[in-house]
Design a binder for this molecule. Structure first.
Ligand SMILES: [Zn+2]
Length: 365
């Protein structure tokens, strides 16, 4: 296998490669089928989990792919390569490996960033019994994001509005308005939902069923794409929020170096966000030392990525998937989150392998 062979051209192929590589490594597989959606050609959508290592492990190394659907091309390749290159052999014998493949299988299969209910899974881990965060700036840009047409006057006017907003407030303010997460526009971009999605419940279920009782430390790497310089993997400290104050961020920097960024202090290409997946680790006993990062790999300039997302939301709200424009918008979405070239894949997997080894060293310490 070459490094490029770790990566797949579709959700179905990615799933096959993941299961085959996990099986060859001697891992145990569990499938969780999403009852709320199917693939575009009517097939089942599953999140697959591969586990390797003792049931009474003291440490857990956990990775997840496809939190943002189409970003799963990248994460899946990292996970397949992990098994194919037998990187697990570098773990201590008391470490359990848990690989979660396509936690948002709908988004992966449909080439979308959101779940089947238009939810950004990485904004969905909120306490829905408490007041939700308010993103007032999002309301200012929402109508521009999804205009009435995609190739007519409404789109042209919307683009002018966005440009003026960016000139007045700056690019980072625009990015924060759009991507920071919002709970007010269910048809909008970066919508965090009004209840836990299936993927949220499934992630928690996977933790409950596969993380051994009595572990002392858990390391989590969640693979993402779409921000930062092409091919660079930015390690973003992602919490859970509580642990920033109790040593999680310091630990991440001790393990991975000063490259680790933090959206809460402006050092990351990511805007400040809440309700991210690692909040689920608060389900674990408070004694468990959690070190969680998102590995964010660059693809295209952020404006291009955000425009691809606008196009995809427009397509699903107002367009036709089978039309020439629909196919073009899907192609743009795929390209925005997956740079389908051999050099990119080599950079992506090299960084993932490096961080797997550093994670094992950190967990062992
Ligand atoms: Zn992402």
């Amino acid at each position: 296998m070459t490094v490029s062979d770790f990566f797949a051209a579709s959700y179905a192929e990615a799933r096959d490669k993941f299961r085959a590589s996990a099986r060859a490594a001697g891992a145990t597989l569990t499938a969780y089928e999403n009852p709320k959606a199917r693939t575009p050609d009517g097939g089942p959508l599953t999140t697959d989990v591969a586990c390797l290592g003792p049931a009474d492990a003291k440490r857990v190394y956990l990775t997840s792919s496809g939190t943002h659907g189409a970003e799963g091309f990248c994460g899946s390749g990292c996970q397949v390569g992990f098994f194919a290159e037998r990187l697990y052999e570098a773990a201590t014998p008391d470490t359990k490996i848990i690989m979660i493949h396509a936690i948002n299988p709908y988004g992966f299969a449909w080439l979308r960033r959101v779940t089947e209910d238009n939810v950004d899974l990485n904004r969905n881990f909120q306490d829905f019994n408490a007041p939700l965060p308010v993103n007032r700036a999002y309301a200012d840009v929402h109508d521009w994001l999804i205009p009435a047409d995609w190739d007519g006057p409404a789109k042209a006017a919307a683009d002018r509005g966005i440009l003026a907003y960016q000139q007045q407030n700056g690019m980072m303010a625009y990015q924060a308005a759009v991507t920071g997460g919002q709970y007010s526009h269910a048809d909008g971009l970066f919508f965090g939902g009004n209840a836990p999605t299936w993927s949220n419940a499934t992630f928690r279920r996977i933790l409950a069923e596969h993380v051994p009782a009595g572990i002392e430390a858990l390391c989590s790497v969640d693979y993402h794409t779409g921000l930062g310089p092409m091919g660079y993997g930015e390690p973003i400290y992602v919490g859970p929020a509580r642990d920033e104050k109790t040593g999680g961020l310091d630990r991440a920097r001790a393990w991975y170096g000063a490259d680790v960024t933090n959206p809460n202090d402006g050092s990351s290409t990511s805007a400040r966000v809440t309700g991210t997946v690692p909040e689920a680790f608060l389900d674990l006993p408070a004694s468990v030392k959690v070190t969680a990062i998102a590995m964010e790999y660059g693809t295209q300039p952020v404006q291009q990525v955000l425009n691809a997302l606008r196009g995809d939301h427009w397509l699903h709200a107002r367009g036709e998937l089978d039309s020439p424009l629909g196919k073009q918008l899907k192609r743009q979405l795929r390209d925005a989150f997956y740079t389908d070239t051999a050099p990119w894949k080599a950079a992506i997997f090299g960084r993932a392998a490096d961080f797997a080894l550093r994670s094992f060293r950190g967990l062992a310490g």
